[in-house]
Ligand binder design. Structure first.
Ligand SMILES: NC(=O)c1ccc[n+]([C@@H]2O[C@H](COP(=O)([O-])OP(=O)(O)OC[C@H]3O[C@@H](n4cnc5c(N)ncnc54)[C@H](O)[C@@H]3O)[C@@H](O)[C@H]2O)c1
Length: 261
């Protein structure tokens, strides 16, 4: 028996949908039949994602949306339900990396990482939980990282933010389930994925050392390669679908074995 994931009739809001994992996730959810609200602080890139989905025969809108701005969350949720009549899936994907030593990280740097990566996710859950429940139930997927499971030098702020996302996911999953809300909340923990964010990891590395640094990154993944956005989008698709109906408060690690040893 062939089993396929069918999300038709369901709307999904994906933050940071203008690049990398968010863009691929928007496409994969749309391919499964979902209507997509592509949101990004950079509207032009969200519009490109939405246009490509529509060109492929799917349904999508683009919304200018800074995840740190509470009022913009209300606007994004309203625009989604107005366009598609429901909100069943929300992917808290927008995030930033910061690769600096403890001495280099300013208070402003630290606050910015926590604002976008942690407050942004919290505001998303706060803005979407009731809308998802009232639409018939669904799934919130929060992008954490392997950096939310293990430490990494020069990433104190980023690791702090992704660790916070991991436990905020569990706390909100328990609270919503306890309230009888039909909203599951899970986190995804990617290894190193080839997106524009990966450039942050090699920023400041002298040109002649870059190849060796990238080889080191490959070697950290026992499976022998870096991750691709599709590897993460497929895990998100599963968490968005009813196939994961018994999962809430879980952490799904998609890291080629990086954290297994
Ligand atoms: N690439 C990796 O190796 C990796 C590994 C683990 C986790 N992650 C996480 O996956 C998520 C996506 O990462 P990516 O690699 O696709 O990054 P990316 O840099 O390719 O894309 C991030 C997107 O988020 C948007 N964004 C940034 N700040 C925003 C804000 N304030 N409001 C709304 N949108 C904003 C950007 O415009 C961009 O479109 C992030 O949360 C990241 O921390 C990435």
């Amino acid at each position: 028996m062939t089993q396929t994931i069918d999300l038709s009739g369901r709307a999904a809001l994906v933050t940071g949908a203008g690049s990398g994992i968010g863009r691929k996730t928007a496409h994969v959810l749309a391919d499964a039949g979902a209507s997509i609200a592509c949101t990004d602080v950079n509207l032009g890139t969200a519009e490109e994602t939405a246009a490509a989905i529509k060109d492929a025969g799917g349904e999508a809108i683009a919304i200018a949306h800074d995840v740190v701005e509470e009022a913009q969350w209300a606007n994004a949720v309203n625009a989604t339900t107005e366009a598609f009549g429901n909100l069943r899936i929300m992917v808290n994907n927008a995030g930033i990396e910061l690769v600096k030593t403890i001495d280099q990280i300013s208070t402003d740097d630290f606050r910015r990482v926590m604002d976008i990566n942690v407050l942004g996710v919290f505001l998303g859950i706060q803005a979407c939980a009731d809308a998802i429940h009232n639409s018939g139930g669904g799934s919130i997927i929060n992008l954490s990282s392997v950096a939310g499971l293990i430490g990494a030098p020069r990433q104190a702020a980023y690791c702090a933010s992704k660790g916070a996302v991991r436990l905020m996911t569990k706390a909100t999953a328990l609270e919503l389930a306890g309230l009888g809300k039909q909203v599951r909340v899970n986190s995804v923990h990617p290894g190193i994925i080839e997106t524009p964010m990966m450039d942050d990891l090699i920023q400041g590395v002298p040109e002649e050392e870059r190849e060796a640094r990238i080889a080191q990154m490959h070697a950290r993944h026992p499976i022998g390669r870096l991750g691709q956005p599709l590897d993460i989008a497929n895990a998100i698709l599963f968490l968005a679908s009813d196939m994961s109906d018994f999962m809430t408060g879980s952490e799904v690690v998609v890291d080629g074995g990086l954290t297994a040893n």
